[in-house]
Structure formats: C-alpha cells, structure tokens
Design a protein around this ligand. Structure first.
Ligand SMILES: C[S@@+](CC[C@H](N)C(=O)[O-])C[C@H]1O[C@@H](n2cnc3c(N)ncnc32)[C@H](O)[C@@H]1O
Length: 268
C-alpha cells in the first residue's frame, strides 16, 4: 500500500528519481505471492496534466517478478471545479503481485448486483436468477467518497485515504494474519483497515503529528471504537426535495425527455 506525498510544485524528475529508490525497496521486502498497491493521482502544473501512475508503471515494469494485475480507477464525487479543463474526479491504484501465485479473495469483496432480478432466459436454469447470490465482482472502477471536511473519517491530515478504499484491497489481497505495510502512512488509514480485518500493520510516517493521530486511530480500532465508511456502502443520492437537492429557479435541468420516452412516466 502506498502513496508518495505529492506536492504539486514537485519536479517530476524528482518524483521519478524518488520512485526509482522507493519502489525496488518496497518490492524487496514484499513476500513472494504478496501484493503491492500504489495509489497516485495527477500532477498538474500550468494546466498541463501528467498521470503519475504512468511514471510509476515505467519504474515498476523494470522490477523483475512484479506483475500488474489491475489499474483501479478510484472515482469520487467531490473536488475543485476547474474552469479550463474537466474537473478531476478520479485517481488510480496500481495493483501488482510478486512471483507466482497470489491471494485474490473475490468472495470477501463482492458487491450487490445492479439488476439482481435478472434471470436465465433459456436452458435448464431458465427462470432462475442468473447472478451470484453473494453479489458480483466490484470491477476496477470504485466509487468511494474521498475524505472531505464533512467526512466522518476526517482528521487534520490534508489528503488521507478513505479507509474503505484500503479495506477492499486488504480483504481481497491478503489473508487474516498477513502483514500490511504502508511506507507513507499519514494518519494510518491503511492501518485502520488492516487491524479491522485482523491483519498486522507496519507504517512509516515523517510527520510526528500524523504519527500521533495515526496511533490514536489504531488504538481506537483495536478497542472496536473506530468509525469509518465501508467501501460497499451505497453512494447517497440527494432527494430532489431536500434543501441541497432542490433545483433553484433557472438552474440547468439537462435534456428533458417527453413522458413517452420514460419507463416510469412522471419520474425523472
Ligand atoms: C498522501 S499522504 C498519505 C496519507 C495516508 N494514506 C492516510 O490516509 O493518512 C503521504 C504521507 O507521506 C508522508 N511522507 C512523505 N515523505 C515521507 C518519507 N520519506 N517517509 C515517510 N513518510 C513520508 C507525508 O508526511 C504524508 O503524511
């Protein structure tokens, strides 16, 4: 697990040089069959965008024995509204494995189907539900709210992960009793996920204040007192009649379809 701290004024040459040192070390201490998940966003300077995972993969692809399994798009609904390009609403997690064989516990991370009522239309199972009753694969696009000021996990850290993002990785890619390492652990969101899922945790963090906050969160997790938003909790859709969901006069509505086009006339 990891996310190197991104200062948007950082020079990209430094980013690459640092990752050429950090990533081989992280891969060295990873056990065979283990997983490395590296989360990064975008570097934006003077309106020019660089996807940092491209740079990470450039380094990773030269480390022997490491195989890329997924490039996960972590999407979220909130952030800055850009005026000169589309507003950024996703970052990525690159998931690599080391050596042969790796843990992938799909059943631990299944999510409810969108259309659970779908049925087989022919064959011996005709009429029976066609999906897995335990849910479906969560796919490689994960919509998990980022930790903004109102988020229940918010601490003083400016860019902490939602615990649910790490929880899904921990549940799928490790077994109970395994060790999770986050070399840039901030306030230990990865540690909260690891301890909650009965894994061990090792974290490294430069800033003493974040270390203290992280330790408090880890102690709360051990006592069963930590609060976080699980990855599979449905994203809240504001009711059109709520104060924030109600559209003020003159606000855009999108394309209005005549009722004849709607499955449920009157609904929007
Ligand atoms: C993006 S934040 C990680 C936040 C973390 N995922 C969380 O949820 O709290 C990166 C962290 O790495 C720390 N950091 C930067 N350079 C470091 C280094 N060389 N060793 C350890 N930690 C470092 C920063 O202080 C920062 O808290």
């Amino acid at each position: 697990m990891g996310k190197a701290y991104e200062n948007r004024h950082d020079n990209l040459d430094d980013f690459i040089a640092n990752h050429k040192v950090i990533l081989p070390e992280v891969c060295r201490v990873l056990k065979s069959g283990g997983s490395l998940c590296w989360q990064v966003g975008f570097h934006v300077l003077d309106g020019v965008t660089t996807p940092l995972d491209f740079l990470v993969h450039e380094v990773m692809s030269k480390i022997e024995g490491m195989k890329l399994r997924n490039r996960i798009a972590w999407t979220f609904g909130h952030g800055l509204h850009c005026q000169t390009r589309f507003s950024g609403r996703y970052e990525t997690v690159l998931w690599y494995t080391k050596g042969e064989g790796y843990t992938f516990d799909l059943d631990a991370v299944r999510v409810p189907q969108k259309y659970p009522g779908k049925r087989h239309t022919d064959g011996p199972k005709r009429g029976q539900p066609s999906g897995n009753p335990a849910g479906k694969n969560p796919s490689d696009v994960w919509d998990i709210p980022n930790v903004n000021a109102n988020h229940l996990e918010k601490t003083d850290h400016p860019c902490q992960f939602p615990v649910g993002l790490v929880q899904r990785l921990v549940r799928a890619l490790t077994k109970e009793g395994d060790v999770v390492l986050d070399p840039f652990c901030g306030v230990a969101s990865a540690g909260v996920a690891a301890l909650h899922e009965k894994r061990h945790f090792i974290g490294a963090e430069l800033d003493a204040e974040y270390v203290q906050l992280g330790l408090e969160r880890l102690r709360a997790t051990i006592k069963g007192e930590v609060r976080f938003r699980p990855a599979d909790r449905a994203i809240l859709e504001p009711s059109p009649t709520s104060i924030v969901g109600r559209r003020p006069a003159g606000f855009a509505t999108g394309i209005e379809l005549p009722d004849a086009f709607l499955l449920h006339p009157g609904a929007s």
